[in-house]
Design a protein around this ligand. Sequence first.
Ligand code: PGA
Length: 249
Amino acid sequence: MRRPLMAGNWKMNLDRRGAVELAQAVRRHAEHASKVDVALFPPFVYLDEVAKVLAGSPVALGAQNMCDEPSGAFTGEISAAMLRDVGCRLVLLGHSERRHVYGEGDALVARKLRAALAAGLDPVLCVGETLTERDANRTEEVVRRQTLAGLEGLEPRDMSRVTIAYEPVWAIGTGRNATARQAGEVHTFLRGVLAGRFDDGVAQTTRILYGGSVKPDNIRELMAAPGVDGALVGGAALKAASFNSIIDA
Ligand code: PGA
């Protein structure tokens, strides 16, 4: 009922040629992967070019961030409508690097999420605890707060367009993934949060991805954890061979 999604977050990596070649290789592979959805999140400046590579393919295009305002004097920002205009269907919001490196708080992430929906972009809301928070037994409190804040003002019907990504901050880019058990516990907890905030239907149909040091050799185990509907992949999405083998898993 929930189709898995394998998403590649390229972060601030690759050049024009590398972006095009990687998108071409993923496209060729994804055309034969009928059991999963695939999405790529290139840097802003390569979106247009990657959109041309992916046109007519099953691979969805997304941006890594966006502005909460629709247009105007916001130097250096990119609006949801601009992202739609170049062919994006998805947008990552509240990624831990946005929250922890650039200081984005829950309220800003929530404004972005509503702006994305209003402009026709489907948001991927990222949530996750730091190591200090996990060690202090605050994981549930943190992911609950980030999830409820990010979904502020939404109706149950809006949730058909929202994906959640659970990404423990201590697992991102560290090579230390959450165990299947840790991921499963948080995914199950998040479904409970969705059931309380919306209803059981929303809890059972919302796609929840795991992210944080996903690799070809741990993807199967993570996908087998309860409630894990796919992966948001950083480092291992930068090489066609490793991302394509994650798609196959
Ligand atoms: P990683 O990044 O796979 O390199 O840990 C995941 C992410 O930040 O989305």
